[in-house]
Design a protein around this ligand. Sequence first.
Ligand code: ADP
Ligand code: MG
Length: 564
Amino acid sequence: AEAQEKGTISIHTENIFPIIKKFLYSDHEIFLRELVSNAVDATQKLKKLSSMGEFTGELGDLTINVSFDKEKKTITVSDRGLGMTGDEIKKYINQIAFSGATEFVEKFKDKGDAKDIIGKFGLGFYSAFMVAEKVEIVSRSYKVDNASEAVRWECDGSTEFELTPAEKAERGTDIILHINADSEEFLDEWRLKGILDKYCKFLPVEIKFGMEGESVEDGTDEQGKPKYKTIQKDRIINNPAPLWAKSPAELKDEDYLKFYKELYPYTEDPLFWIHLNVDYPFNLTGVLYFPKVKADFELQRNKIQLYSRQVFITDEVKDVVPDFLMLLHGILDSPDIPLNVSRSYLQSDANVKKISAHITKKVADKLQELFKKDRKDFEKKWDDISIFVKYGIISDDKFYDKVKDFALFKNVDGQYFTFEEYKEKVKANQTDKDGQLIYLYTSSAGKQDSFIQAAKNKGYDVLQLDGVIDSHFINTLEQKLEKTQLKRVDSEIADKLVEKDEKLESVLSEDEKTQIKGVFDKAINNTTFTVTVESLSTDELPVVITMSEFMRRMKDMAKLGGGG
Ligand code: ADP
Ligand code: MG
Protein backbone atom coordinates (compact mmCIF):
# COMPACT_ATOMS: atom_id res chain seq x y z
CA ALA A 1 0.00 0.00 0.00
CA GLU A 2 1.08 3.54 -0.61
CA ALA A 3 2.32 5.56 2.34
CA GLN A 4 -0.10 8.10 3.67
CA GLU A 5 1.05 11.65 3.78
CA LYS A 6 -0.36 14.69 5.54
CA GLY A 7 0.64 18.28 5.04
CA THR A 8 -0.39 21.91 4.68
CA ILE A 9 -1.62 23.45 1.49
CA SER A 10 0.42 26.50 0.62
CA ILE A 11 -0.66 29.62 -1.16
CA HIS A 12 1.52 31.83 -3.29
CA THR A 13 0.55 35.30 -2.32
CA GLU A 14 1.71 36.77 -5.61
CA ASN A 15 -0.96 34.67 -7.33
CA ILE A 16 -3.69 35.26 -4.81
CA PHE A 17 -3.30 39.04 -4.72
CA PRO A 18 -4.65 39.78 -8.15
CA ILE A 19 -7.59 37.50 -7.46
CA ILE A 20 -8.47 39.35 -4.30
CA LYS A 21 -8.24 42.64 -6.11
CA LYS A 22 -10.46 41.50 -8.89
CA PHE A 23 -13.03 39.29 -7.25
CA LEU A 24 -13.25 40.22 -3.60
CA TYR A 25 -16.19 42.49 -4.28
CA SER A 26 -18.01 43.09 -7.49
CA ASP A 27 -18.59 46.70 -6.54
CA HIS A 28 -15.39 48.68 -6.22
CA GLU A 29 -17.09 51.38 -4.17
CA ILE A 30 -17.18 48.90 -1.29
CA PHE A 31 -13.57 49.86 -0.43
CA LEU A 32 -14.83 52.91 1.42
CA ARG A 33 -17.31 50.91 3.46
CA GLU A 34 -14.51 48.55 4.51
CA LEU A 35 -12.02 51.25 5.45
CA VAL A 36 -14.57 53.30 7.36
CA SER A 37 -15.83 50.24 9.21
CA ASN A 38 -12.24 49.44 10.21
CA ALA A 39 -11.94 53.00 11.51
CA VAL A 40 -15.18 52.52 13.46
CA ASP A 41 -13.90 49.22 14.87
CA ALA A 42 -10.63 50.87 15.94
CA THR A 43 -12.65 53.55 17.74
CA GLN A 44 -15.05 51.12 19.38
CA LYS A 45 -12.15 48.97 20.56
CA LEU A 46 -10.51 51.97 22.18
CA LYS A 47 -13.75 52.87 23.94
CA LYS A 48 -14.03 49.31 25.16
CA LEU A 49 -10.43 49.32 26.43
CA SER A 50 -11.14 52.60 28.16
CA SER A 51 -14.29 51.30 29.85
CA MET A 52 -12.33 48.28 31.07
CA GLY A 53 -9.58 50.46 32.46
CA GLU A 54 -6.98 49.14 30.02
CA PHE A 55 -6.66 52.56 28.46
CA THR A 56 -6.53 55.44 30.92
CA GLY A 57 -5.77 58.39 28.64
CA GLU A 58 -8.20 60.96 27.26
CA LEU A 59 -10.49 59.64 24.55
CA GLY A 60 -10.91 63.15 23.16
CA ASP A 61 -12.69 63.83 19.88
CA LEU A 62 -13.23 60.45 18.20
CA THR A 63 -14.67 61.73 14.92
CA ILE A 64 -13.54 59.78 11.86
CA ASN A 65 -12.42 61.96 8.98
CA VAL A 66 -12.78 61.07 5.32
CA SER A 67 -11.07 63.40 2.85
CA PHE A 68 -9.67 63.47 -0.66
CA ASP A 69 -7.13 65.45 -2.66
CA LYS A 70 -7.84 65.70 -6.35
CA GLU A 71 -4.34 66.98 -7.21
CA LYS A 72 -2.44 64.35 -5.27
CA LYS A 73 -5.01 61.71 -6.24
CA THR A 74 -5.45 60.47 -2.70
CA ILE A 75 -8.33 59.47 -0.47
CA THR A 76 -7.63 59.39 3.27
CA VAL A 77 -9.56 57.78 6.09
CA SER A 78 -8.36 58.90 9.53
CA ASP A 79 -9.47 57.70 12.91
CA ARG A 80 -8.56 58.38 16.52
CA GLY A 81 -8.99 54.79 17.56
CA LEU A 82 -6.53 52.46 19.19
CA GLY A 83 -3.91 52.60 16.43
CA MET A 84 -1.32 49.93 15.66
CA THR A 85 2.30 49.35 16.55
CA GLY A 86 4.72 48.06 13.91
CA ASP A 87 4.32 44.52 15.23
CA GLU A 88 0.56 44.79 15.08
CA ILE A 89 0.66 45.98 11.50
CA LYS A 90 2.77 42.95 10.66
CA LYS A 91 0.32 40.73 12.43
CA TYR A 92 -3.00 42.21 11.30
CA ILE A 93 -2.26 43.74 7.95
CA ASN A 94 0.45 41.55 6.50
CA GLN A 95 -1.41 38.38 7.24
CA ILE A 96 -4.24 38.27 4.78
CA ALA A 97 -7.40 36.74 6.17
CA PHE A 98 -6.26 37.11 9.74
CA SER A 99 -8.86 39.21 11.44
CA GLY A 100 -7.84 41.42 14.31
CA ALA A 101 -11.53 42.02 14.87
CA THR A 102 -12.23 38.35 15.53
CA GLU A 103 -9.17 38.16 17.74
CA PHE A 104 -10.35 41.15 19.77
CA VAL A 105 -13.83 39.70 20.21
CA GLU A 106 -12.34 36.36 21.31
CA LYS A 107 -9.99 38.00 23.75
CA PHE A 108 -12.62 40.06 25.51
CA LYS A 109 -15.64 37.84 25.14
CA ASP A 110 -15.79 37.17 28.88
CA LYS A 111 -15.80 40.88 29.63
CA GLY A 112 -19.17 41.75 28.23
CA ASP A 113 -20.32 41.57 24.65
CA ALA A 114 -18.44 42.90 21.68
CA LYS A 115 -21.49 43.24 19.48
CA ASP A 116 -20.31 46.54 18.13
CA ILE A 117 -17.22 45.19 16.36
CA ILE A 118 -17.91 44.95 12.63
CA GLY A 119 -14.98 43.10 11.05
CA LYS A 120 -14.67 39.38 10.99
CA PHE A 121 -13.08 37.98 7.86
CA GLY A 122 -9.77 39.78 7.79
CA LEU A 123 -10.15 40.70 4.12
CA GLY A 124 -11.79 44.11 4.10
CA PHE A 125 -8.61 46.13 4.22
CA TYR A 126 -7.34 44.64 0.96
CA SER A 127 -10.35 45.95 -0.91
CA ALA A 128 -8.36 49.21 -0.93
CA PHE A 129 -6.22 47.72 -3.71
CA MET A 130 -9.27 47.55 -5.96
CA VAL A 131 -9.00 51.31 -6.39
CA ALA A 132 -5.45 52.19 -5.25
CA GLU A 133 -2.07 51.56 -6.85
CA LYS A 134 -0.40 52.22 -3.52
CA VAL A 135 -1.70 52.18 0.05
CA GLU A 136 -0.04 53.84 3.02
CA ILE A 137 -0.87 53.30 6.66
CA VAL A 138 0.41 55.81 9.20
CA SER A 139 -0.49 54.67 12.68
CA ARG A 140 0.24 55.55 16.27
CA SER A 141 -0.88 53.07 18.87
CA TYR A 142 -2.53 54.14 22.13
CA LYS A 143 0.30 52.18 23.76
CA VAL A 144 3.09 54.59 22.73
CA ASP A 145 3.83 57.97 24.24
CA ASN A 146 5.72 59.81 21.56
CA ALA A 147 4.84 61.17 18.16
CA SER A 148 8.07 59.68 16.83
CA GLU A 149 7.04 56.13 17.79
CA ALA A 150 4.45 56.03 15.04
CA VAL A 151 4.92 53.74 12.03
CA ARG A 152 4.38 53.90 8.31
CA TRP A 153 3.48 50.90 6.16
CA GLU A 154 3.50 51.10 2.41
CA CYS A 155 2.55 48.62 -0.24
CA ASP A 156 2.03 48.93 -3.99
CA GLY A 157 -0.21 45.91 -4.33
CA SER A 158 2.65 43.50 -4.87
CA THR A 159 3.58 41.09 -2.13
CA GLU A 160 6.31 43.39 -0.85
CA PHE A 161 5.74 46.00 1.84
CA GLU A 162 7.84 48.58 3.62
CA LEU A 163 7.58 49.39 7.30
CA THR A 164 9.39 52.51 8.58
CA PRO A 165 9.28 54.77 11.66
CA ALA A 166 7.10 57.83 11.28
CA GLU A 167 5.97 60.98 13.08
CA LYS A 168 2.32 61.28 14.02
CA ALA A 169 1.01 63.91 16.40
CA GLU A 170 -2.19 62.14 17.33
CA ARG A 171 -3.17 58.64 18.35
CA GLY A 172 -4.95 56.62 15.68
CA THR A 173 -4.58 55.59 12.06
CA ASP A 174 -4.52 57.29 8.66
CA ILE A 175 -5.15 55.07 5.66
CA ILE A 176 -3.98 56.87 2.53
CA LEU A 177 -5.01 55.49 -0.85
CA HIS A 178 -3.13 56.57 -3.98
CA ILE A 179 -5.94 56.12 -6.44
CA ASN A 180 -5.15 54.24 -9.65
CA ALA A 181 -5.86 55.58 -13.11
CA ASP A 182 -8.99 53.43 -13.56
CA SER A 183 -10.59 54.67 -10.37
CA GLU A 184 -10.31 58.45 -10.62
CA GLU A 185 -14.12 58.67 -10.57
CA PHE A 186 -13.77 58.32 -6.80
CA LEU A 187 -11.83 61.58 -6.54
CA ASP A 188 -15.08 63.45 -6.58
CA GLU A 189 -16.96 65.02 -3.69
CA TRP A 190 -20.45 63.87 -4.71
CA ARG A 191 -19.36 60.37 -5.64
CA LEU A 192 -17.74 59.93 -2.25
CA LYS A 193 -20.61 61.59 -0.43
CA GLY A 194 -22.99 59.24 -2.23
CA ILE A 195 -21.05 56.17 -1.14
CA LEU A 196 -20.84 57.37 2.45
CA ASP A 197 -24.57 58.11 2.51
CA LYS A 198 -25.32 54.68 1.18
CA TYR A 199 -23.14 52.51 3.38
CA CYS A 200 -22.15 54.58 6.39
CA LYS A 201 -25.28 56.59 7.19
CA PHE A 202 -25.93 54.81 10.48
CA LEU A 203 -22.44 53.82 11.62
CA PRO A 204 -22.06 54.32 15.37
CA VAL A 205 -19.14 56.80 15.33
CA GLU A 206 -19.42 60.31 13.85
CA ILE A 207 -17.92 60.56 10.38
CA LYS A 208 -16.84 63.90 8.99
CA PHE A 209 -16.64 64.54 5.27
CA GLY A 210 -15.75 68.12 4.38
CA MET A 211 -17.50 71.21 5.67
CA GLU A 212 -20.96 72.64 5.27
CA GLY A 213 -22.56 76.00 5.79
CA GLU A 214 -24.96 76.65 8.60
CA SER A 215 -27.07 79.74 9.08
CA VAL A 216 -26.76 81.17 12.60
CA GLU A 217 -28.12 84.30 14.31
CA ASP A 218 -25.73 87.22 14.27
CA GLY A 219 -27.04 90.11 16.36
CA THR A 220 -29.95 92.29 15.25
CA ASP A 221 -30.48 94.92 12.57
CA GLU A 222 -31.64 98.55 13.12
CA GLN A 223 -35.27 97.45 13.50
CA GLY A 224 -34.31 94.90 16.11
CA LYS A 225 -34.88 91.96 13.80
CA PRO A 226 -32.38 89.08 14.08
CA LYS A 227 -29.61 89.00 11.49
CA TYR A 228 -28.12 85.80 10.17
CA LYS A 229 -24.74 84.75 8.89
CA THR A 230 -23.47 81.52 7.43
CA ILE A 231 -20.70 79.74 9.24
CA GLN A 232 -18.76 76.70 8.06
CA LYS A 233 -18.88 73.63 10.24
CA ASP A 234 -17.90 69.98 10.00
CA ARG A 235 -20.22 68.02 7.78
CA ILE A 236 -21.17 64.88 9.71
CA ILE A 237 -22.63 62.41 7.25
CA ASN A 238 -24.11 59.87 9.66
CA ASN A 239 -26.65 59.44 12.42
CA PRO A 240 -24.58 57.46 14.93
CA ALA A 241 -27.53 56.44 17.08
CA PRO A 242 -30.24 55.23 14.72
CA LEU A 243 -33.60 54.32 16.16
CA TRP A 244 -33.44 50.58 15.67
CA ALA A 245 -30.24 50.35 17.70
CA LYS A 246 -32.00 51.84 20.72
CA SER A 247 -34.12 50.06 23.25
CA PRO A 248 -37.85 50.07 22.38
CA ALA A 249 -38.58 51.11 25.96
CA GLU A 250 -36.97 54.51 25.47
CA LEU A 251 -38.80 55.33 22.23
CA LYS A 252 -42.06 57.15 21.59
CA ASP A 253 -44.39 57.03 18.59
CA GLU A 254 -42.98 60.37 17.38
CA ASP A 255 -39.51 58.85 17.27
CA TYR A 256 -40.67 56.05 14.99
CA LEU A 257 -42.53 58.47 12.74
CA LYS A 258 -39.54 60.79 12.57
CA PHE A 259 -37.20 57.95 11.68
CA TYR A 260 -39.61 56.82 8.98
CA LYS A 261 -39.40 60.27 7.41
CA GLU A 262 -35.62 60.14 7.67
CA LEU A 263 -35.63 56.89 5.69
CA TYR A 264 -38.35 57.80 3.21
CA PRO A 265 -38.84 61.53 2.86
CA TYR A 266 -42.08 62.64 1.19
CA THR A 267 -44.07 59.53 2.12
CA GLU A 268 -47.26 59.32 4.09
CA ASP A 269 -47.07 58.22 7.71
CA PRO A 270 -47.02 54.45 8.16
CA LEU A 271 -49.93 52.63 9.80
CA PHE A 272 -47.87 50.97 12.50
CA TRP A 273 -44.51 49.34 13.04
CA ILE A 274 -42.65 46.49 14.69
CA HIS A 275 -39.39 46.92 16.54
CA LEU A 276 -37.32 43.75 16.23
CA ASN A 277 -34.87 42.97 18.98
CA VAL A 278 -33.59 39.39 19.26
CA ASP A 279 -30.37 38.14 20.82
CA TYR A 280 -30.84 34.43 20.66
CA PRO A 281 -30.64 32.04 18.80
CA PHE A 282 -29.70 34.64 16.21
CA ASN A 283 -28.99 38.29 16.41
CA LEU A 284 -31.53 40.55 14.79
CA THR A 285 -32.56 44.14 15.32
CA GLY A 286 -34.53 46.46 13.14
CA VAL A 287 -37.79 48.23 12.65
CA LEU A 288 -40.42 47.27 10.09
CA TYR A 289 -43.12 49.71 9.07
CA PHE A 290 -46.51 48.94 7.55
CA PRO A 291 -47.03 51.58 4.89
CA LYS A 292 -50.37 52.70 3.53
CA VAL A 293 -50.60 50.49 0.48
CA LYS A 294 -51.16 52.42 -2.71
CA ALA A 295 -52.75 51.27 -5.93
CA ASP A 296 -49.32 51.28 -7.58
CA PHE A 297 -47.98 49.08 -4.82
CA GLU A 298 -45.25 47.57 -6.98
CA LEU A 299 -43.41 50.85 -6.42
CA GLN A 300 -43.55 50.29 -2.71
CA ARG A 301 -41.82 46.94 -2.86
CA ASN A 302 -38.15 46.42 -2.06
CA LYS A 303 -37.92 49.21 0.44
CA ILE A 304 -36.38 47.19 3.24
CA GLN A 305 -32.69 47.73 3.81
CA LEU A 306 -30.39 45.10 5.21
CA TYR A 307 -27.62 46.15 7.60
CA SER A 308 -24.98 44.27 9.49
CA ARG A 309 -23.96 46.05 12.68
CA GLN A 310 -25.21 49.36 11.32
CA VAL A 311 -23.26 48.97 8.06
CA PHE A 312 -25.50 49.01 5.01
CA ILE A 313 -25.25 45.79 3.05
CA THR A 314 -28.05 45.69 0.50
CA ASP A 315 -31.65 46.52 -0.25
CA GLU A 316 -32.14 43.13 -1.89
CA VAL A 317 -33.81 41.29 0.95
CA LYS A 318 -35.91 38.91 -1.13
CA ASP A 319 -34.40 35.85 0.45
CA VAL A 320 -34.56 37.06 4.02
CA VAL A 321 -38.07 38.46 4.14
CA PRO A 322 -41.05 36.30 3.15
CA ASP A 323 -42.42 37.48 -0.16
CA PHE A 324 -45.75 38.58 1.30
CA LEU A 325 -43.95 41.02 3.56
CA MET A 326 -41.90 42.63 0.82
CA LEU A 327 -44.27 45.59 0.90
CA LEU A 328 -43.12 46.45 4.38
CA HIS A 329 -40.58 49.24 4.79
CA GLY A 330 -37.71 49.68 7.19
CA ILE A 331 -34.45 48.22 8.40
CA LEU A 332 -33.21 44.76 9.27
CA ASP A 333 -29.86 44.51 10.98
CA SER A 334 -28.25 41.15 11.54
CA PRO A 335 -24.62 40.04 11.65
CA ASP A 336 -25.91 36.49 11.29
CA ILE A 337 -26.99 36.77 7.70
CA PRO A 338 -24.15 35.52 5.51
CA LEU A 339 -22.98 38.21 3.11
CA ASN A 340 -21.43 38.03 -0.31
CA VAL A 341 -22.72 34.57 -0.91
CA SER A 342 -24.94 33.23 -3.62
CA ARG A 343 -28.72 33.43 -3.59
CA SER A 344 -29.33 29.71 -3.41
CA TYR A 345 -27.02 29.50 -0.46
CA LEU A 346 -28.90 32.26 1.34
CA GLN A 347 -32.21 30.50 0.85
CA SER A 348 -30.96 27.33 2.45
CA ASP A 349 -29.11 29.02 5.28
CA ALA A 350 -30.51 27.98 8.65
CA ASN A 351 -30.22 31.42 10.20
CA VAL A 352 -31.93 33.07 7.28
CA LYS A 353 -34.82 30.62 7.59
CA LYS A 354 -35.13 31.30 11.29
CA ILE A 355 -35.01 35.03 10.75
CA SER A 356 -37.68 34.85 8.08
CA ALA A 357 -39.92 32.76 10.35
CA HIS A 358 -39.31 35.16 13.21
CA ILE A 359 -40.36 38.16 11.14
CA THR A 360 -43.55 36.37 10.09
CA LYS A 361 -44.37 35.56 13.69
CA LYS A 362 -43.71 39.12 14.84
CA VAL A 363 -45.99 40.50 12.17
CA ALA A 364 -48.78 38.11 13.17
CA ASP A 365 -48.29 38.95 16.85
CA LYS A 366 -48.46 42.65 16.11
CA LEU A 367 -51.68 42.27 14.14
CA GLN A 368 -53.22 40.26 16.93
CA GLU A 369 -52.19 42.85 19.49
CA LEU A 370 -53.83 45.63 17.44
CA PHE A 371 -56.99 43.55 17.05
CA LYS A 372 -57.25 42.81 20.74
CA LYS A 373 -56.40 46.31 21.86
CA ASP A 374 -58.85 48.22 19.70
CA ARG A 375 -61.12 46.33 17.35
CA LYS A 376 -62.66 49.47 15.87
CA ASP A 377 -59.25 50.90 15.02
CA PHE A 378 -58.17 47.57 13.59
CA GLU A 379 -61.21 47.62 11.32
CA LYS A 380 -60.29 51.11 10.19
CA LYS A 381 -56.85 49.91 9.21
CA TRP A 382 -58.08 46.67 7.69
CA ASP A 383 -58.51 47.91 4.13
CA ASP A 384 -54.85 48.94 4.12
CA ILE A 385 -53.41 45.87 5.78
CA SER A 386 -55.68 43.24 4.27
CA ILE A 387 -53.39 42.89 1.28
CA PHE A 388 -50.51 41.71 3.50
CA VAL A 389 -52.72 39.41 5.50
CA LYS A 390 -54.42 37.85 2.50
CA TYR A 391 -51.14 37.40 0.70
CA GLY A 392 -49.73 35.81 3.85
CA ILE A 393 -52.73 33.49 4.17
CA ILE A 394 -52.31 32.42 0.56
CA SER A 395 -48.59 31.77 0.78
CA ASP A 396 -47.86 30.55 4.28
CA ASP A 397 -49.86 27.93 6.22
CA LYS A 398 -48.23 28.89 9.49
CA PHE A 399 -49.23 32.49 8.99
CA TYR A 400 -52.81 31.43 8.31
CA ASP A 401 -52.89 29.51 11.59
CA LYS A 402 -51.70 32.58 13.42
CA VAL A 403 -54.10 35.08 11.89
CA LYS A 404 -57.24 33.04 11.28
CA ASP A 405 -58.91 34.24 14.46
CA PHE A 406 -58.65 37.91 13.64
CA ALA A 407 -58.42 38.17 9.87
CA LEU A 408 -61.54 39.97 8.70
CA PHE A 409 -64.21 39.69 6.06
CA LYS A 410 -65.84 42.88 4.90
CA ASN A 411 -69.34 42.75 3.51
CA VAL A 412 -70.92 45.07 0.96
CA ASP A 413 -72.39 47.17 3.77
CA GLY A 414 -68.91 47.89 5.14
CA GLN A 415 -69.30 45.65 8.19
CA TYR A 416 -66.37 43.58 9.37
CA PHE A 417 -66.45 40.03 10.73
CA THR A 418 -63.87 37.51 11.79
CA PHE A 419 -64.11 34.20 9.94
CA GLU A 420 -65.86 32.65 12.93
CA GLU A 421 -68.27 35.53 13.39
CA TYR A 422 -69.17 35.36 9.74
CA LYS A 423 -69.90 31.68 9.88
CA GLU A 424 -72.21 32.26 12.83
CA LYS A 425 -73.94 35.06 10.98
CA VAL A 426 -74.76 33.16 7.80
CA LYS A 427 -74.92 29.53 8.77
CA ALA A 428 -78.66 29.46 9.43
CA ASN A 429 -79.53 30.92 6.06
CA GLN A 430 -76.77 30.17 3.59
CA THR A 431 -76.37 26.45 3.17
CA ASP A 432 -77.11 24.31 0.17
CA LYS A 433 -79.07 21.09 0.32
CA ASP A 434 -75.94 19.13 1.30
CA GLY A 435 -75.38 21.40 4.27
CA GLN A 436 -72.39 23.15 2.68
CA LEU A 437 -71.98 26.76 3.70
CA ILE A 438 -72.23 29.13 0.79
CA TYR A 439 -70.54 32.51 1.09
CA LEU A 440 -71.61 34.95 -1.56
CA TYR A 441 -69.28 37.66 -2.71
CA THR A 442 -69.06 40.39 -5.24
CA SER A 443 -65.89 40.96 -7.16
CA SER A 444 -67.12 44.14 -8.78
CA ALA A 445 -69.50 46.05 -6.58
CA GLY A 446 -71.33 48.65 -8.59
CA LYS A 447 -71.68 46.44 -11.63
CA GLN A 448 -73.40 43.75 -9.62
CA ASP A 449 -75.76 45.91 -7.60
CA SER A 450 -78.92 44.23 -8.83
CA PHE A 451 -77.56 40.79 -7.92
CA ILE A 452 -76.50 42.04 -4.54
CA GLN A 453 -79.94 43.53 -3.95
CA ALA A 454 -81.59 40.27 -4.99
CA ALA A 455 -79.42 38.30 -2.59
CA LYS A 456 -80.14 40.71 0.22
CA ASN A 457 -83.85 40.43 -0.39
CA LYS A 458 -83.48 36.76 0.26
CA GLY A 459 -81.74 37.53 3.51
CA TYR A 460 -78.30 36.60 2.26
CA ASP A 461 -75.13 38.42 3.16
CA VAL A 462 -72.67 39.41 0.43
CA LEU A 463 -68.94 39.83 0.96
CA GLN A 464 -66.87 42.36 -0.84
CA LEU A 465 -63.88 40.59 -2.33
CA ASP A 466 -62.75 42.77 -5.16
CA GLY A 467 -59.08 43.35 -4.40
CA VAL A 468 -56.19 42.44 -6.66
CA ILE A 469 -55.39 39.18 -4.94
CA ASP A 470 -58.90 38.22 -3.88
CA SER A 471 -59.41 35.53 -6.51
CA HIS A 472 -56.38 33.69 -5.11
CA PHE A 473 -57.56 34.42 -1.60
CA ILE A 474 -60.94 32.86 -2.36
CA ASN A 475 -59.32 29.68 -3.68
CA THR A 476 -57.23 29.44 -0.52
CA LEU A 477 -60.22 30.01 1.74
CA GLU A 478 -62.14 27.19 0.10
CA GLN A 479 -59.29 24.88 0.99
CA LYS A 480 -58.95 26.18 4.53
CA LEU A 481 -62.54 26.71 5.66
CA GLU A 482 -64.42 23.52 6.33
CA LYS A 483 -67.47 22.69 4.21
CA THR A 484 -67.56 26.16 2.77
CA GLN A 485 -67.80 27.36 -0.77
CA LEU A 486 -67.48 30.88 -2.02
CA LYS A 487 -69.74 31.82 -4.87
CA ARG A 488 -69.97 34.96 -6.85
CA VAL A 489 -73.26 36.68 -6.14
CA ASP A 490 -74.21 36.50 -9.81
CA SER A 491 -73.65 32.76 -10.11
CA GLU A 492 -76.63 30.46 -10.45
CA ILE A 493 -75.92 28.87 -7.08
CA ALA A 494 -77.58 31.77 -5.32
CA ASP A 495 -80.90 30.23 -6.22
CA LYS A 496 -80.01 26.79 -5.02
CA LEU A 497 -79.49 27.88 -1.46
CA VAL A 498 -81.95 26.46 0.97
CA GLU A 499 -84.27 29.34 1.55
CA LYS A 500 -85.92 30.52 4.66
CA ASP A 501 -89.38 29.10 5.52
CA GLU A 502 -91.04 32.49 5.55
CA LYS A 503 -90.57 32.71 1.81
CA LEU A 504 -92.18 35.71 0.22
CA GLU A 505 -94.83 35.26 -2.43
CA SER A 506 -93.66 35.86 -5.95
CA VAL A 507 -95.40 38.75 -7.67
CA LEU A 508 -95.32 36.81 -10.94
CA SER A 509 -97.42 33.77 -11.77
CA GLU A 510 -95.76 30.53 -12.95
CA ASP A 511 -97.07 31.15 -16.45
CA GLU A 512 -95.65 34.61 -16.60
CA LYS A 513 -92.28 33.27 -15.42
CA THR A 514 -92.12 30.56 -18.09
CA GLN A 515 -93.01 33.05 -20.77
CA ILE A 516 -90.39 35.56 -19.73
CA LYS A 517 -87.72 32.87 -19.39
CA GLY A 518 -88.49 31.62 -22.90
CA VAL A 519 -87.98 35.07 -24.38
CA PHE A 520 -84.61 35.53 -22.65
CA ASP A 521 -83.31 32.03 -23.35
CA LYS A 522 -84.00 32.51 -27.01
CA ALA A 523 -82.41 35.94 -27.11
CA ILE A 524 -79.22 34.82 -25.34
CA ASN A 525 -78.94 31.47 -27.08
CA ASN A 526 -75.90 30.42 -25.06
CA THR A 527 -75.85 27.52 -22.63
CA THR A 528 -73.06 29.04 -20.57
CA PHE A 529 -75.69 31.28 -19.04
CA THR A 530 -78.70 30.41 -16.96
CA VAL A 531 -81.80 32.56 -16.98
CA THR A 532 -83.89 32.66 -13.83
CA VAL A 533 -87.14 34.55 -13.52
CA GLU A 534 -88.18 35.35 -10.03
CA SER A 535 -89.59 38.41 -8.43
CA LEU A 536 -90.25 38.66 -4.75
CA SER A 537 -90.91 42.34 -4.72
CA THR A 538 -91.30 45.10 -7.23
CA ASP A 539 -87.95 46.80 -6.53
CA GLU A 540 -86.12 43.74 -7.80
CA LEU A 541 -85.35 42.83 -11.38
CA PRO A 542 -87.52 39.93 -12.46
CA VAL A 543 -84.81 38.37 -14.61
CA VAL A 544 -81.40 37.23 -13.48
CA ILE A 545 -78.89 35.98 -16.02
CA THR A 546 -76.03 34.06 -14.46
CA MET A 547 -72.94 32.23 -15.48
CA SER A 548 -72.10 29.19 -13.41
CA GLU A 549 -69.24 29.52 -10.95
CA PHE A 550 -67.49 26.68 -12.75
CA MET A 551 -67.69 28.33 -16.16
CA ARG A 552 -66.60 31.64 -14.73
CA ARG A 553 -63.49 30.17 -13.14
CA MET A 554 -62.67 28.34 -16.35
CA LYS A 555 -62.83 31.63 -18.18
CA ASP A 556 -60.69 33.35 -15.54
CA MET A 557 -58.08 30.65 -15.92
CA ALA A 558 -58.12 30.94 -19.67
CA LYS A 559 -57.55 34.67 -19.27
CA LEU A 560 -54.55 34.03 -17.05
CA GLY A 561 -53.10 31.79 -19.71
CA GLY A 562 -54.24 28.53 -18.17
CA GLY A 563 -52.97 26.65 -15.17
CA GLY A 564 -53.27 27.80 -11.62
P1 ADP B 1 -11.46 42.64 9.66
O1 ADP B 1 -11.94 44.02 9.81
O2 ADP B 1 -12.51 41.72 9.13
O3 ADP B 1 -10.78 42.11 10.88
P2 ADP B 1 -9.67 43.84 7.75
O4 ADP B 1 -8.91 43.27 6.61
O5 ADP B 1 -10.68 44.87 7.42
O6 ADP B 1 -10.34 42.64 8.52
O7 ADP B 1 -8.64 44.42 8.78
C1 ADP B 1 -7.65 43.56 9.31
C2 ADP B 1 -7.19 44.03 10.64
O8 ADP B 1 -6.35 45.17 10.52
C3 ADP B 1 -8.29 44.49 11.55
O9 ADP B 1 -8.90 43.42 12.22
C4 ADP B 1 -7.53 45.38 12.53
O10 ADP B 1 -6.88 44.61 13.52
C5 ADP B 1 -6.47 45.99 11.65
N1 ADP B 1 -6.90 47.33 11.23
C6 ADP B 1 -7.40 47.67 10.02
N2 ADP B 1 -7.70 48.99 9.98
C7 ADP B 1 -7.39 49.49 11.19
C8 ADP B 1 -7.49 50.79 11.80
N3 ADP B 1 -7.97 51.84 11.12
N4 ADP B 1 -7.06 50.93 13.09
C9 ADP B 1 -6.57 49.87 13.76
N5 ADP B 1 -6.47 48.63 13.27
C10 ADP B 1 -6.88 48.43 12.00
MG1 MG C 1 -12.63 45.22 8.32
